[in-house]
Design a protein around this ligand. Structure first.
Ligand code: ADP
Ligand code: MG
Length: 244
């Protein structure tokens, strides 16, 4: 197995508050990792430091063999990192298809692949919308979507840049049981297509179904990392999170 993402000694402060403290984490190419922890434990901050939305003050992030420290978010996207936001952030005034066209064009130009014909871009938009079950709504605006459709659009937007690693930050909050199943199936399908996936989630049923490995953050520190069945029985994890 090859290490795709390698985080070493990562630290992040907000003023005097230590949000992340000495995080060590490796993610293998092709893996499905679950990341859990109480609200405010630093999960989204970690995602932000990986993706370049925030810059960490300490430690390093290596991705596909390259050091990312100091690179901006769009430069990391170009290298194959994508994330969905906890609160979906579509372009409100653009149709679903147009929402995908932007990251597709960006990915194409970033790869220096030359001009992709309009028809090929349209086809890629349709494929992506089909992938997440939104093909029928290609010409609608984001405000016409239900909550689960919005989450699917957010995932499709992340996938449009053809990432090596997708980080889904609480993509299931507020969804029904069957909708949660749909998102799990979607993430597992993407993983089957070769995309490494980190899933941040509170719904433990989803976490256990999805994760091949589980890491736990509490108050900015990683307190456990291992086989899901072992991690959920770990006394410290139960005390700090699952026992809540
Ligand atoms: P989680 O995603 O695990 O719920 P976050 O990473 O969002 O946690 O937040 C971790 C801590 O850092 C929280 O106490 C939060 O209030 C704080 N925090 C997050 N982002 C910022 C920011 N931009 N400025 C100041 N504090 C922040
Ligand atoms: Mg969060």
């Amino acid at each position: 197995m090859t290490v795709l993402l390698h985080i070493e000694g990562l630290g992040k402060r907000f003023g005097g508050f230590v949000a992340l403290d000495g995080i060590e984490l490796e993610v293998q190419d092709g893996e499905r990792l679950g990341l859990i922890g109480p609200n405010g434990s630093g999960k989204s901050t970690l995602v932000n430091c990986i993706c370049g939305t925030l810059q960490n003050e300490q430690g390093s992030v290596r991705f596909a063999g390259e050091k990312l420290d100091g690179l901006l978010a769009h430069e990391r996207t170009r290298r194959g990192l994508a994330r969905s936001f906890q609160l979906p952030r579509p372009f409100a005034s653009l149709s679903l298809a147009e929402n995908l066209r932007i990251p597709i064009l960006y990915a194409v130009s970033a790869r220096g692949a030359g001009a992709l014909a309009g028809a090929a871009i349209d086809a890629r938009c349709r494929d992506l919308l089909g992938e997440v079950g939104l093909a029928e709504k290609a010409d609608r605006l984001p405000r016409d979507l239900t909550q689960i459709e919005m989450r699917k659009l957010e995932l499709a937007r992340a996938m449009a840049a053809e990432p090596k690693l997708l980080i889904a930050d609480e993509a299931m909050a507020g969804l029904s049981h069957t909708e949660v199943d749909e998102i799990i199936a979607l993430l597992i399908r993407l993983n089957g297509q070769g995309v490494t996936v980190i899933m941040i989630e509170h719904i433990m049923r989803a976490v256990m179904e999805f994760s091949q490995r589980l890491a736990v953050l509490v108050a900015g520190k990683k307190i456990a990392d291992g086989a899901p069945k072992d991690v959920v029985r770990d006394a410290e994890v139960v005390r700090a999170y699952l026992g809540e």
